[in-house]
Ligand binder design. Structure first.
Ligand code: ADP
Length: 789
């Protein structure tokens, strides 16, 4: 409500502001048009000199001419034009002439009054650069003859521009009015170009994508510099005309180069060869022009013809690429930037037309307008690309989220039936004495364990992908970790007749602070691989540590776990891709070995999360060594000591199941909507003689708790209608329980255990339930009351 009100206020305020603004602008325009001038503005006193001009030929004869004119006249021969001055009423009057690449001398009644030449000051070149020439006048000059003598080494030798007369302010006003706007446009374009170079770089850095914008910005910068140095006002800003002229002719050579680079980028380098070749030709042209000028062989001005040819070539390339793109169906992609490109060429054509009309009065104004439109459309194109990328990114994030959620759900859905399979299978193994049946059940056990590993990998993978994998840091004992690993791997190695041993540095600390379960996962993965991919020989785990690395805290060490095998090895070319998702190698040899190709990718990510690294060295056919380096915090000063004895003592044979305790008379309630899973728990606890009741829904559970007093409740989390947490809360609210409640779930996402404990559950068991874990958990909560064996 508050927000709506605010929005409404904003709309009203904006509208009032807009109305006021437009009213003010209308007042400004109408007032300026209708009301009389109150202060002096531009001085209008600047007119064409009204006289008959005569060209004096070499033989002394005179021929009437009308400026501006440009005709064929021998080079390096003085060109003389004579006229008569009108009555000069004011001593503030002056003449304004233009030299086009000519040395110029102006005589009034035979007296030299003004001269312009760069002959003694230019660093190189044969001609003086075009410039404005001003001649001061006085009343005495009224009616006198004026003689303009020009000398030029190139085709400008036959040009004579209009001559203007006026007061100082009149002439400057005229120049400002006529050339000021193109000059300001060029300056504006320069600023715009520089800003867009920066914007292009920021976008490139932010989106890791090479936008074509920066090339358009360079087109703008080069055009603007051209506009500035070609301006008729240049002599007011730059003292040395020759320098300005050299820059101008070079810059014009760069324009087609950056233009081609821009269009090449717009077309995503589809026609790279064509563009590259023309860019190189254009670049060679610029360099050649510069060298010829520096060696005084050819003036930059004279090389302009070649530069025009290059412009033509650029135009042909751009049009060809455009037609090819139209044919290949890329129209949509290039339409926006090409509007800018077309406008630039259109403006280029207008520039040529305007130069033809205002002969000898070039401003580059249209070129600059063209560059502005090029830049504008390039900017629009880049912003549209950015918007597309953002959209794609959002889509990708959403897709990845959906994928992760799907994988997590699938993993949950798959774990639930595996729980039943493994549980029931365990019961067959416990209860059957028939050799064949036990054999089948053992195979089921192996296969379901494999299936579970794959499901776990996929879940981990989805967690890593979505950045949801967090480390759970706790104190742990290295010797216990090694004993667990030994117990698991030893059995697997022995089944393949492989030797397995663990060597550990005795001076290593015993206790550490870190994520033991993730470390165990990585080591088990490497060791399982070593066993999987080794047929004869041995697998060794070497444990060491290094304290010397720089940047480590006092209580930090770099632990190294190296897993070495004498297996099939990995080809050199495959080693680089080892840690890539879903990659498996040497499939001819490994076809029968189960695996998803995810284990190493996950291990690598986990180790990176721990700020460590995994290295591989392998000789194909001889064996491999994977080494994990991880920084770990040590806890206390106790040392690991001799691990061999510990491992031996801890090794226990997989013996037939024997219950660890009996608890007759105790009542346990299993709440699970899947009857088979409830029965699994019942079956697994059968030998403990606990009386196990089952409830197939939350409502059932509440009803049963009203009637019966239980010693322990195992509560499934995900159930229809009321989930485990809601049931638990309801039981507490209604005061129906005073026994421990353990959460049971197939949701194996990290952080779950903490979540359940926080909700008030006394423990947490993940599905598929491991029989030993279940018994241990139950016995812990019933201890004191149980008849321990
Ligand atoms: P998988 O589930 O296929 O074992 P991993 O990511 O753990 O997936 O391993 C990827 C691939 O790397 C394996 O398919 C195998 O080709 C190769 N590989 C991993 N460890 C070893 C090893 N110790 N010896 C030989 N090849 C190995």
């Amino acid at each position: 409500m508050q927000n709506n009100k605010l929005n409404l206020e904003n709309v009203i305020l904006t509208n009032i502001l807009m109305i006021l603004f437009f009213a003010l602008m209308a007042f400004l325009i109408i007032g300026s048009l209708k009301l009389p001038r109150e202060a002096r503005g531009f001085d209008e006193d600047c007119v064409e000199l009204d006289t008959d001009w005569y060209m004096i030929k070499e033989d002394g004869s005179r021929e009437k001419i009308v400026p501006p004119l440009w005709f064929d006249y021998p080079r390096n021969v003085p060109f003389l034009v004579e006229g008569t001055l009108p009555e000069i009423k004011d001593s503030r009057q002056m003449l304004y002439l233009r030299s086009s690449q000519q040395d110029m001398e102006v005589y009034i009644d035979g007296e030299l009054r003004e001269s312009y030449s760069t002959k003694d000051t230019r660093p190189f070149g044969k001609a003086s650069l075009s410039a404005n020439v001003f001649v001061d006048l006085s009343e005495e000059d009224s009616g006198k003859t004026i003689l303009v003598k020009t000398l030029c080494p190139n085709e400008y030798s036959g040009t004579f521009n209009q001559v203007r007369i006026g007061t100082y302010t009149g002439i400057y006003s005229f120049m400002l009015k006529r050339y000021g706007f193109p000059f300001v446009t060029a300056l504006f374009l320069l600023v715009l170009g520089l800003i867009n170079v920066i914007v292009g770089l920021i976008l490139q850095f932010r989106y890791k994508f090479a936008f074509s914008l920066k090339y358009a910005a360079w087109v703008a910068i080069f055009s603007s510099v051209q506009g500035i140095v070609e301006s008729k006002l240049r002599q007011f800003y730059f003292p040395n005309m020759s320098v300005v002229g050299a820059v101008s002719y070079c810059v014009i050579g760069f324009v087609p180069i950056v233009m081609l680079m821009y269009v090449d980028a717009v077309q995503k380098y589809r026609y790279r060869k064509m563009f590259r070749i023309s860019i190189i030709i254009a670049l060679i042209n610029v360099v050649v022009n510069m060298v010829l000028q520096l060696l005084n062989i050819q003036d930059l001005f004279e090389s302009m013809t070649r530069s025009y040819v290059i412009f033509g070539l650029a135009l042909v390339v751009v049009v060809t690429a455009y037609i090819m793109d139209l044919k290949n169906g890329y129209f949509k992609e290039i339409v926006i930037p090409y509007i800018g490109v077309s406008l630039t060429f259109l403006m280029g054509a207008l520039e040529v037309v305007s130069q033809l009309i205002h002969l000898l009065d070039v401003t580059d104004f249209f070129l600059n307008i063209g560059a502005i439109s090029l830049l504008l459309f390039a900017l629009i194109d880049s912003l549209m690309q950015v918007a597309d990328m953002d959209k794609e990114k959002q889509k990708a994030v959403l897709a990845s989220k959906t994928k992760s959620e799907f994988l997590a759900n699938m993993s949950h859905e798959i774990r639930t039936p595996i729980n039943a399979i493994m549980g029931m299978d365990e019961m067959i193994l416990r209860e059957s004495s028939e050799e064949d049946v036990r054999g089948y059940a053992t195979d089921i056990k192996r296969a379901s364990e494999n299936l579970l590993d794959i499901v776990n990998d996929i879940l981990d993978f989805s967690k890593v992908e979505s950045g949801k994998m967090d480390l759970v840091l706790e104190d742990y004992s290295l010797s216990e970790l090694l004993c667990d690993i030994n117990n698991i791997i030893k059995v697997r190695a022995e089944k393949k007749n492989l030797d397995f041993s663990i060597n550990a540095d005795e001076s290593c600390s015993l206790k550490f602070y870190g994520d033991e379960s993730r470390l165990r996962q990585v080591l088990l993965n490497l060791l399982n691989n070593a066993v999987k991919y080794t047929d004869t020989g041995k697998v060794v785990l070497n444990v060491g540590f290094d304290k010397s690395e720089i940047g480590l805290g006092d209580d930090e060490v770099i632990m190294s776990f190296s897993v070495k095998d004498t297996g099939i090895g990995i080809k050199e070319e495959d080693q680089k891709r080892l840690f890539t998702n879903f990659e498996r190698f040497d499939m001819n040899r490994n076809r029968n070995i189960e695996g998803s190709g995810l284990g190493l990718a996950i291990s690598d990510r986990i180790v990176k999360l721990m700020k460590g690294r995994i290295t591989v060295s392998s000789v194909y056919g001889k064996g491999s060594e994977f080494t994990v380096f991880v920084p770990q915090k040590t806890v206390g000063s106790e040392k690991l000591g001799n691990i061999k004895d510990r491992l031996e003592k801890d090794e226990h044979e997989i013996t037939e199941y024997k219950e660890t305790f009996k608890a007759p008379g105790f009542k346990l309630l299993v709440v699970d909507d899947v009857a088979m899973n409830a029965n699994v728990i019942k079956g697994l606890l059968k030998k403990t003689e606990i009386e196990v009741h089952t409830a197939l829904s939350g409502i059932d559970c509440i009803e049963m708790c009203k009637k019966e007093k239980y010693d322990l409740i195992l509560m499934d989390h995900f159930m229809p209608n009321m989930d485990g947490i809601q049931v638990f809360e309801e039981l507490k609210k209604k005061n129906l329980i005073d026994c421990p409640v353990i959460a049971l779930t197939a949701n194996a996402i990290s952080g779950m255990k903490e979540m359940y404990l926080e909700k008030g559950f006394n423990g947490y068991l993940s599905k598929p339930v491991k029989p030993a874990e279940l018994e241990e958990m139950v016995s812990t909560f019933l201890s004191g009351k149980t008849d321990q064996k």
